[in-house]
Design a protein around this ligand. Structure first.
Ligand SMILES: Nc1ncnc2c1ncn2[C@@H]1O[C@H](COP(=O)(O)OP(=O)(O)OP(=O)(O)O)[C@@H](O)[C@H]1O
Ligand SMILES: [Mg+2]
Length: 595
């Protein structure tokens, strides 16, 4: 039961990329590999730092062999050597870090900007298919984690390879026979590590999924906190939560058991290698006279070799994860179609709209929401759309600014197909107060003047016309008051009036009102209605309203049913006709008179 409820959060890395590693890296190059100079500097600095690795055991050899024999080494030379080595490493490390951060940050900035631009221009289907949190996760977190993982693993690949080559070279130089003996033992260590690492990776992947699920349960319960309490579903939710956290607990114990075993296992292997080396070295010193310094230095170097080998054996993992994360971002860029722009431009359209035989079907197994509908709207005309819930009114008006596409038929504005209009220019022709207006978390003035420069006098004028002036002038900050997330700090009716003020401010030639006054009480509605009546003058207007008293004065009333127009005419004509509208009106009148 609980399992059905916990619908899995978007599983990451679900895209199986069949391209070669080379191609995948090539896709990254415009963002992360254009700064050739910076990369050269980072690699050079890393290589220099890595090459100093054998210098420490070498210094010890020198110290042990000659330092403790009087007169053969000046005392100052010892600290000077050690300090020099560490200074070189310090500077090189610092430079690398700085340059890499620079490369990552600028690539990331560019990539994120492009992704955000994509969000602003993508076909609107994107927002049907992906949730806000998924998109935010991709744009904000995934690409950042991915690029950091990738850039860091590239540089650690360079560092560890150079370190390894330098150290092994030094080992061979010191004692090639002994080195060969060690080389035989090492694969064993590597094997243990690989097996344990694989298990660890699997476990951490499962923990990741479980953590995501746990976070999802929390998120859902935060959003639905009122419903959960009202329906007394706390116990159900608590059980769902503890079910997942129980799984997390057992995963974390398994993870610890695998990672804790790693240390003793590798130490045991190292001990075996060390004992072998010491025995052989002792045997060799009897026969060929290896020095104490050379021996100590050899053991030190041998221990230093472990780290780069370990890192190199694990390098595939962060690269795979990093690529998968960044590719989520590339998928957004490459596989999301953008809206198509036409080229027709007009300063101000006359508002002549011609809808010809338009059909909209949201999916093949659904009835069309709009069925072969035709309607001509004259410039300056006020058209009211009425009809039962679900009859297709919102769908019809959403076609005009191309928020949705029709499956067949065409729509012309000023005798030009809306597909041929420049899209930005087309949308400039419409002011819209829709059923779901979204307010930005900014000041009232910013929300009213959205997309335009804020003219304070004009903002006040629009607020006044929307019957919001009294409310706003009582706020300590006036029009500079922040409205909070989606204007949640306003009441439903205040939000609706704010949306009306926004539409007034835009002053577009065509006005679309979709239940624009539904959240208002009769008195405010009347006050706003007079502003809207002024606004509708000389403009083409489409008004959708359930309260028929508000549409009585429209030039023509269009009655819709199941996606088609069933009646059309003025209020008086339709009442005389005594059809569907007359019936609706009688019902509606009774309701509004009682209210
Ligand atoms: N994005 C969508 N995907 C699938 N179906 C949709 C979508 N939007 C609307 N519909 C369906 O299309 C039909 C018409 O919806 P529409 O929103 O146009 O109705 P409406 O007349 O505005 O209703 P209301 O008066 O309740 O606002 C409905 O059956 C609805 O379920
Ligand atoms: Mg609607």
């Amino acid at each position: 039961m609980t399992d059905q409820l916990s619908s899995e959060p978007a599983s990451k890395a679900k895209f199986s990329h069949q391209q070669s590693l080379f191609k995948r890296f090539k896709r990254l190059s415009p963002y992360f590999f254009t700064q050739k100079g910076a990369w050269a500097l980072a690699i050079l600095a890393t290589a220099i730092a890595a090459a100093t690795e054998p210098l420490i055991p070498a210094a010890f050899k020198l110290l042990l062999d000659r330092g403790f024999q009087k007169g053969s080494l000046e005392i100052w030379q010892v600290p000077a050597t050690i300090l020099t080595i560490f200074a070189i490493r310090g500077v090189a490390g610092y430079v690398t870090e700085l340059v890499l951060t620079n490369i990552t940050a600028s690539g990331l900035q560019q990539l994120r900007r492009q992704m955000f631009d994509k969000l602003l221009t993508a076909k609107l289907d994107l927002f049907k298919n992906q949730s806000g949190s998924e998109l935010a996760n991709t744009v904000v977190y995934e690409v950042q984690n991915g690029s950091m993982l990738l850039v860091n693993s590239i540089i650690s690949f360079v560092r560890d390879s150079v370190t390894l080559i330098a150290l092994v070279g030094y080992l061979l130089y010191l004692n090639w026979k002994l080195t060969l003996v060690v080389a035989i033992i090492f694969p064993g260590v590597a094997l243990v590590m690989v097996v344990l690492t694989k298990r660890l990776y699997k476990l951490s992947k499962s923990s990741q999924v479980a953590t995501d699920e746990l976070a999802y349960v929390v998120e859902e319960n935060v959003l639905a906190h009122r419903d959960v309490r009202l329906h007394h579903a706390q116990e159900q939710q608590a059980e769902r939560f503890s079910h997942i956290s129980q799984r997390l607990k057992s995963l974390s114990i398994k993870t610890t058991s695998a990672s804790a075993a790693m240390k003793p296992a590798t130490q045991m292997m190292a001990a075996i290698a060390l004992s072998a080396v010491i025995s052989i070295a002792l045997f060799q010193s009897n026969t060929s006279g290896t020095t104490v310094g050379a021996f100590t230095s050899f053991v030190m170097t041998m221990l230093l070799v472990v780290a780069p080998i370990k890192h190199l054996s694990e390098i595939a993992n962060p690269i795979t994860r990093g690529l998968a994360a960044i590719e989520r971002g590339f998928d957004l860029l490459d596989q999301t179609p953008s809206e198509t722009y036409g080229s027709f431009n007009s300063n101000r359209s006359t508002g002549h709209i011609e809808i010809k035989d338009v059909t909209v079907q949201f999916s093949p197994n659904l009835e069309p929401a709009v069925k072969q509908l035709s309607l001509t709207i004259q410039p300056g005309e006020t058209i009211a759309l009425v009809g039962a819930s679900g009859s297709g009114k919102t769908t019809l008006v959403n076609l005009l600014p191309r928020f949705i596409q029709s499956n067949s038929g065409s729509i012309e504005l000023d005798n030009v197909d809306i597909k041929d209009w420049d899209l930005d220019n087309l949308r400039q022709q419409f002011a819209m107060v829709s059923q779901h207006v979204y307010m930005l978390n900014a000041s009232l003035a910013h929300n009213v003047a959205l997309g335009q420069k804020i003219d304070q006098d004009k903002v006040w004028e629009c607020l006044k016309a929307a019957n919001l002036e009294d409310f706003v002038s009582e706020l300590p900050l006036g029009i500079h008051t922040l409205v909070g997330h989606n204007a949640n700090q306003l009441s439903g009716g205040q939000r609706q009036r704010l949306a009306i003020a926004r539409a007034l401010y835009k002053n577009a030639p065509i006005l679309i009102l979709d239940e624009a006054t539904s959240a208002l009480d009769t008195q405010s509605e009347r006050a706003v209605q007079s502003a809207l009546t002024v606004l509708m003058k000389n403009r083409t207007s489409l008004v959708i309203a359930h309260r028929l008293s508000t549409v009585e004065h429209a030039d023509r009333i269009v009655v819709m049913e199941a996606g088609s127009i069933i009646e059309i005419g003025s209020h008086a004509e339709l009442i005389t006709q005594n059809g569907a509208y007359a019936k609706l009106y009688r019902l509606g009148l009774g309701e509004s008179h009682a209210a």
